[in-house]
Design a protein around this ligand. Structure first.
Ligand SMILES: [Zn+2]
Length: 251
């Protein structure tokens, strides 16, 4: 039993019982937690605004015998812009799900917390979020220890320069022509320009990325392989990804 205070971002919100919500909150001090917001579906409840997805809050959480309870929540930033714009909402939900999938419960990771917050702030203003999302995904993979090999061959670890046979989702990065010749594996295409874009994105300051204007062909190539890379490692269907993809296909 105890009580703690932290900053938190709502990753996920689902209905519970008659009037409650169960929230998955990424907190700064306690990592990813689950907490119930009692009465949060009643119109005049004080937790209504705070319990919405992506809200950035100062929270007070009671830890009882069962599920922790969100006792107080003060909105620092509501990120309502992200919920009002369907495309941005879909991207933010996708980022939240990737974090939810890869971050174990209660593992404190202030870096990921700060990074999500920074990412949502950039997403709010971004006109074209697709490339921003690539940069975000790449950085998240790094935080979770899944950074794809981009400078060296994922199989033989030799530096690859610009000469790669392609990208292996299974082996975790670029494959050199030599390795591919010895034993051909399934590769996704990766042109020289796309490889350069990937490397640039891996180093990028997120705030600058929405202004980049790479060739659409390269952006799509990079986007596809990152999504395949994440899907394979997630080991479960990603609901927000299907939603994002169907949304982008229809626009
Ligand atoms: Zn190799």
């Amino acid at each position: 039993m105890g009580v703690f205070q932290s900053e938190g971002i709502i990753l996920r919100s689902r209905t519970f019982g008659e009037a409650d919500k169960i929230l998955t909150i990424l907190t700064k001090d306690r990592g990813k937690i689950e907490a119930v917001a009692r009465g949060a579906r009643r119109p005049r409840n004080r937790l209504v605004g705070a319990s919405q997805q992506f809200s950035y809050l100062r929270v007070l959480v009671f830890e009882g015998k069962s599920i922790p309870q969100l006792s107080q929540a003060e909105i620092i930033r509501s990120f309502s812009i992200l919920r009002d714009d369907l495309v941005k909402m879909a991207y933010a939900a996708w980022w939240a799900e990737v974090i939810d999938v890869f971050l174990p419960w209660a593992e404190v990771n202030e870096e990921v917390f700060r990074f999500l917050l920074a990412g949502l702030l950039v997403l709010e203003k971004a006109e074209e979020p697709a490339l921003l999302s690539c940069a975000f995904e790449l950085r998240l993979l790094k935080y979770f220890g899944f950074q794809p090999a981009l400078e060296v061959c994922a199989r033989c670890s030799r530096p690859v320069g610009q000469a790669v046979a392609g990208f292996s989702v299974e082996e975790g990065g670029v494959i050199c022509p030599h390795c591919h010749q010895e034993q051909a594996v399934k590769l996704l295409p990766l042109s020289v320009a796309s490889l350069r874009l990937l490397r640039d994105l891996a180093q990028a300051d997120l705030r600058t990325v929405p202004q980049w204007r790479p060739d659409e062909k390269n952006r799509l190539e990079v986007g596809r392989l990152l999504v395949a890379f994440i899907e394979l490692r997630a080991e479960r269907p990603l609901k927000s990804l299907s939603f994002l993809q169907s949304l982008l296909a229809s626009t």
